[in-house]
Every structure is written in structure tokens, then in C-alpha cells.
Write a protein that binds this ligand. Structure first.
Ligand SMILES: *Cc1c(COP(=O)(O)O)cnc(C)c1O
Length: 422
């Protein structure tokens, strides 16, 4: 199936007389006839559901759809994008380990890496987008477990050179994990460029209507954990909390990584999504391909209009030829990037704040990637915790306004921006 079709039909085909819409299995637990039958489930010897903290049919169906959209072998839904980011790396790295990450990433992820992971004994080295291969190579250590980046960084909008960084990660025997939230698999499938694992904040375009928080981790099934057995003992040696089960032996390369997230990380840390939120997410997914097309068309028109406006000092949208990442965007996302752009006003921070107060249609919200156009001043909101130096490192200037272009009629969006700028 093509991606547009997977959006609609990717949960599987209902049997004769079954509902067209995905049923919400809003149950914490499931009944069994015998304890023997249940024991097999607990030992991961049989497939089935027994407790929603481990797995739930509604959640699984939606994870299957997202995995199919990305072209992966398996996926799991969690309660938020942050949970997805954390699980994806905690599944591979623990105290005493090290990870390498792009410096231009989401503010929440930056805090997780820069502060919270360090408290857990996991060290992080950030690499800059303009570094040479030599400089990036020097960031790796013997205890490095993975390389992390965002396809299009939120809010810096830098485009990650997936193919290049996948090659570097693989030269060091570690997987490349990509946060693909902004382009979604409709505009970019990182696995086609060598990435090994993809994470999403489904809260954004996938849900698309500001209705439910969620996250997803998808595995390509391509990274050979067994070729680097000593680096990834959690996947390749017996799990004491599962009677000595070896994930790569029991589930193969296509299933080991996600099964370990479900059976161990999720079981012990518990950030599961509610089946109701998974159902809402799935309704969003049905129109994802259509919405992404309109988001990109509208954002392109708004970006071209803003670029010519005399009160704008700079604008950054990877779909503009003036963007330093235009060539990378054309390579990885020829059909469009995302609906998010950023710009600065002549007059800096104060002019930005005055302009935002005058908007009528476009509203101020800590959100992006929504059907409704919204905007935010990161330096005074989402990125408040960061110092000016950290802001610069994350690619966020104090005057940066982040605009998330929705799917309203673009003339109305531009008219509102025009009157507020005036
Ligand atoms: C929003 C966002 C996250 C965090 O997702 P939540 O669902 O808010 O936890 C992670 N990565 C990116 C790129 C995001 O935009």
C-alpha cells in the first residue's frame, strides 16, 4: 500500500461484520481460562493481551499503522513524544554509557539530554550541524551507544543530513535514532536513508487537532545488534527479569528492540498511552497525508510572502531557496517539509511581542503542527530554561518567532499577519 492508503487502512482489515472504525478496548486487563495460558503470555511464549501497561489491542493497531507508514518492522505507542525519545535511548544506554546527539533539537529533548540523563549517569556530547566528519567522529567514545538527531529540528528548522550521519553512526557500530515528528513519514522516511530507529511526538501532525498527547517508537529491524554484542548486552544477553530470555534470539532483528521496550522499559517505567488517546490519534492519522500536503502549500506561500515583507529581518523555512538547508530539504523532502517556519522582526524581541498581541486569527500557543495556525516566542516560553549560550547552541535567537501554519485558507492567514505587522 502507498502511504495515503496506509493512513486509512493501515490498522488492518475488519473481519465480516466488524466495525469500520478501530474499537477502543478501554480495559486494563483481559480474562483467561487457566493460569497455564496466562503463564505463556508472561513468559512471552504466546501472543496475547493480559495487562494494558504491557500491551493493548487498540494501541497496537495504531502502532502497526505508524510502523507501516515508516516502513519499519515493529512499533510501540507511548504516552508522549518525550516518553518515546527517552524509551528509544534508555532501551540501549544506561549508567556509565554515552550518547552523541545533534545540538539542534527540541528544547525538551535538549533538557532531557543535558540535565536529566546526566543525573542517570548517561553522558551526552552534542555535535553542531556545520562540523566536519572528523569533528563528529571525535565525539564518539568506546561506550557510545547511539547517535540522535531530528529530521527537521524544532524550532531551529535545520535539516539533518540523515544519510551522512547514518554512515558515521554505523562506522562506530551504533544505530542512528531520528525524531521524525516535523516531516512525518508522509514527507520523509528516514529508514530509506539509513536511519535505524524513528521516534515521534504523535501529539503534533499525526494527531493534528491538538486533541491527545502521544509518542511512538518504530524500529527498521535493520541494525545488527549481534554484530556489536558487547555494546548492546541488553538485547543480546539473557534478561534476568525475563528468566534469561535473549531478545535477539527470541524475536530476531525485526522484533528484539521493540519487544524489549514493551517487556522491560515500558513494564518498569509505565508511560503507556490510553487506548482512548490512541483512538483519537488514529482518526488524525486517517487524514495525515491530505493535511501535510496543505500544511506545506500554505507554509510555502506564507514564507514567500513574509520574505518580501519590509518589517521582517530574517526568515527561515527549509522550503525557501534562501534557506541554508534548501539543498538538504530538496534531497530528503522533495514533496514538502513541514508547516513550521520561523522569522525575526526588525526591532527584535520587543517588536515580536507587540506584533503577537495584534493577531486575531492566529493564536499564541505552546504548540506546533496543528490544523489551526498558531505561533510562539520560544525564548520567553518553551526555551525559557536555556541560557543565551544554550539558546544559540540550540539555534534559537532571542527574537525568533515560530509560526506553525495551519490548514485554513491561506489568504486569511496572510491577512491576519499583514494587519498585525501594520
Ligand atoms: C513536541 C516534540 C517532542 C515532545 O513531544 P510531547 O508529545 O510534547 O512529549 C519531541 N520532539 C519534537 C521534535 C517535538 O516537536
Amino acid at each position: 500500500m502507498k502511504r495515503e492508503t496506509i493512513c486509512i487502512q493501515g490498522c488492518g482489515r475488519p473481519a465480516n461484520g466488524e466495525p469500520r472504525q478501530l474499537p477502543i478496548i478501554q480495559s486494563t486487563t483481559f480474562r483467561y481460562e487457566s493460569s497455564e495460558a496466562m503463564a505463556k503470555l508472561f513468559d512471552l511464549e504466546a501472543n496475547g493481551y493480559f495487562y494494558t501497561r504491557l500491551a493493548n489491542p487498540t494501541n497496537d493497531a495504531v502502532a502497526r499503522k505508524i510502523a507501516a507508514l515508516e516502513g519499519g518492522t515493529a512499533g510501540v505507542l507511548v504516552s508522549s513524544g518525550m516518553a518515546a525519545v527517552f524509551y528509544s535511548l534508555f532501551n540501549l544506554a544506561s549508567a556509565g554509557d554515552h550518547i552523541v546527539s545533534s545540538s539542534t533539537i527540541y528544547g525538551g529533548t535538549f533538557n532531557l539530554f543535558n540535565v536529566t540523563l546526566k543525573k542517570m549517569g548517561i553522558d551526552v556530547t552534542f555535535v553542531e550541524p556545520d562540523w566536519t566528519d572528523e569533528q563528529v567522529n571525535a565525539a564518539f567514545r568506546p561506550n557510545t551507544k547511539l547517535f540522535f538527531g531530528e529530521t527537521i529540528a524544532n524550532p531551529a528548522l535545520t535539516v539533518f543530513d540523515i544519510e551522512r550521519y547514518a554512515r558515521i553512526a554505523h562506522e562506530h557500530g551504533v544505530p542512528l535514532i531520528i525524531d521524525n515528528t516535523f516531516p512525518t513519514p508522509i514527507n520523509c522516511r528516514p529508514f530509506e536513508w539509513g536511519a535505524d530507529i524513528v521516534v515521534h511526538s504523535t501529539t503534533k501532525y499525526m494527531d493534528g487537532h491538538s486533541a491527545s498527547l502521544g509518542g511512538c517508537v518504530v524500529d527498521s529491524g535493520k541494525f545488527d545488534w549481534n554484530a556489536h554484542k558487547d555494546k548492546f548486552p541488553g538485547l543480546t544477553t539473557p534478561d534476568e527479569s525475563y528468566h534469561g530470555l535473549v531478545y535477539t534470539d527470541a524475536f530476531g532483528l525485526g522484533g528484539a528492540y521493540i519487544t524489549k521496550i514493551v517487556a522491560q522499559v515500558g513494564r518498569d517505567l509505565g508511560s503507556m498511552i490510553s487506548p482512548f488517546n490512541a483512538y483519537i490519534l488514529n482518526i488524525g492519522l486517517e487524514t495525515l497525508a491530505l493535511r501535510m500536503e496543505r500544511h506545506c502549500q500554505n507554509a510555502q506561500k506564507v514564507a514567500e510572502w513574509l520574505e518580501k515583507h519590509p518589517k521582517i529581518s530574517w526568515i527561515n523555512y527549509p522550503g525557501l531557496e534562501s534557506s541554508k538547508d534548501y539543498a538538504l530539504a530538496q534531497k530528503y523532502m522533495p514533496n514538502g517539509t513541514c508547516g513550521v517556519l520561523s522569522f525575526g522582526l526588525k526591532g527584535g524581541r520587543e517588536a515580536a511581542e507587540a506584533f503577537m498581541k495584534k493577531l486575531n486569527l492566529v493564536f499564541i500557543a505552546t504548540h506546533v503542527a496543528d490544523a489551526q495556525t498558531c505561533l510562539l516566542h520560544p525564548a520567553s516560553s518553551t526555551h525559557r530554561q536555556l541560557s543565551d549560550a544554550e539558546l544559540a547552541e540550540a539555534g534559537v535567537s532571542p527574537d525568533l518567532v515560530r509560526l506553525s501554519v495551519g490548514i485554513e485558507n491561506v489568504d486569511d492567514i496572510i491577512a491576519d499577519l499583514e494587519q498585525a505587522l501594520a
